[in-house]
Design a protein around this ligand. Structure first.
Ligand SMILES: [Zn+2]
Length: 408
């Protein structure tokens, strides 16, 4: 049983289970297959994905309503989403030729996100109007993304309004992401979701990951090794106040970068990529600010991670996962095998793990247990908790920390 989990995890952490996954260099035959399929059907679905027929029917119906051809590709998650989507869209557009609305969408961690490009008749100025409509369509930010149709249908509506100069229709209530009292997903939710979207979901990754952790530790916190005790001393320097200051400084920098990008967008000079950067960074920054209203080491660390991701996303177009072991470290730039799982790690932790040492984990106060046992501090990941910091590894295991924070 355990072997199977390891295999699943390895597949998931290595990336999607598809040739399209070897991003950004997409196999030409995959591109050919998508382009060929588009000649018969506006919606291409990668074979490993299971999308409910009603969702597909809704997209096809919306596609018919546009005067331009609509091309939709639904794919498993790429390893470097932003660059990959853009390149893929450009390559596909080249294969198809002509005007059209291109929507290349991926599922990542159970959530859908996509890249879109409108190629409108020359001189129609619909492309500029499409960008304006997208940034002005604030209500669309509340559209649910755990299914592909609601957002894709909205993109098609935005393109239609841009082409014809008409107003946008209202968004149906059932498409809005209103989840009162939602507190993350249960393990069963994650399994259901993984069955629905197929493999490649971060949610499944973290589910199996935590299962493994508890198999290994028997559900109890590990005894600290001498190296971990050294780590504890080291981590004692990470104070809530110090971390809060770092997070606030990072939030200010990210906010400045966001204002700059917003100004660029309002001057009508923004490419689709700039809009994507803004759309990715704004919710991270919003969640980081919300976290700064909370007390504790974990919210401060999460705020730092999210603000740093917002900043690098805005300025470089790159969002890196944090170091799994300690989100206050530099970003996780290498994948290391730990506890039979591949996790992103900073250089220092990566070297420690490869040398068989315990990395310098972020340690948090342990909840008091009966009979006074188990008090003190322990690595955050050894906590039995359903808070989004632990379940996502501060975003190292699945890139939906901001959303989970805001939906608690
Ligand atoms: Zn580290």
């Amino acid at each position: 049983m355990r072997r199977l989990f390891v295999l699943v995890l390895t597949l998931l952490t290595l990336g999607p289970v598809s040739p399209a996954a070897a991003a950004p260099a997409v196999a030409p035959e995959v591109l050919d297959a998508i382009a060929a399929s588009w000649r018969k059907d506006p919606v291409y679905v990668y074979s490993s994905l299971q999308i409910p027929p009603a969702e597909l029917a809704r997209i096809r119906k919306a596609a018919k309503s546009l005067d331009l051809p609509v091309y939709v590709a639904l794919l498993p998650s790429p390893s470097s989403p932003s660059r990959y989507r853009r390149e893929l869209t450009t390559l596909l557009r080249g294969r198809v030729g002509g005007d059209g609305l291109f929507l290349v969408w991926h599922v990542d961690g159970g959530y859908w996100a996509g890249y879109h490009e409108l190629v409108a008749p020359r001189g129609s100025q619909a492309e500029e109007r499409f960008q304006d409509l997208r940034s002005d369509d604030k209500a669309a930010r509340d559209i649910t993304n755990d299914q592909p149709a609601p957002l894709i249908v909205r993109r098609i509506q935005q393109a239609k309004a841009a082409l014809h100069g008409t107003a946008l229709p209202p968004i149906p209530t059932e498409d809005l992401d209103i989840r009162p009292g939602r507190r993350g997903m249960s393990a069963q939710d994650m399994k259901d979701r993984s069955a629905y979207i197929g493999m490649g979901a971060g949610a499944v990754l973290s589910f199996f990951f935590w299962l493994l952790v508890f198999l290994r530790w028997g559900g109890t916190a590990p005894q600290p090794s001498p190296a971990a005790r050294r780590g504890a001393r080291n981590a004692a320097e990470v104070t809530e106040a110090g971390l809060g200051k770092q997070a606030d400084a990072m939030i200010n920098r990210a906010a400045r970068a966001l204002r700059k990008v917003e100004a660029q967008i309002s001057r009508d000079k923004a490419s689709a990529e700039i809009l994507d950067r803004r759309d990715d960074a704004a919710p991270r920054l919003e969640a980081a600010r919300a976290l700064r209203k909370e007390t504790g080491l974990e919210p401060a660390a999460a705020a730092l991670v999210l603000a740093r991701q917002a900043l690098s996303g805005l300025t470089e177009g790159v969002v890196r996962p944090p170091c799994f072991f300690n989100p206050t470290h530099l970003a996780g730039t290498s994948m290391v095998v730990w506890s039979d799982v591949e996790v992103p790690a900073c250089k220092v932790c990566g070297v420690a793990v490869e040398a068989g040492e315990e990395p310098l984990s972020l340690r948090v106060p342990q909840p008091a247990k009966l009979f006074g046992l188990g008090s003190g501090e322990a690595p955050y990941w050894s906590m039995e908790s359903d808070n989004p910091f632990v379940t996502t590894g501060f975003g190292a295991l699945s890139d939906d920390l901001a959303e989970r924070v805001m939906n608690r």
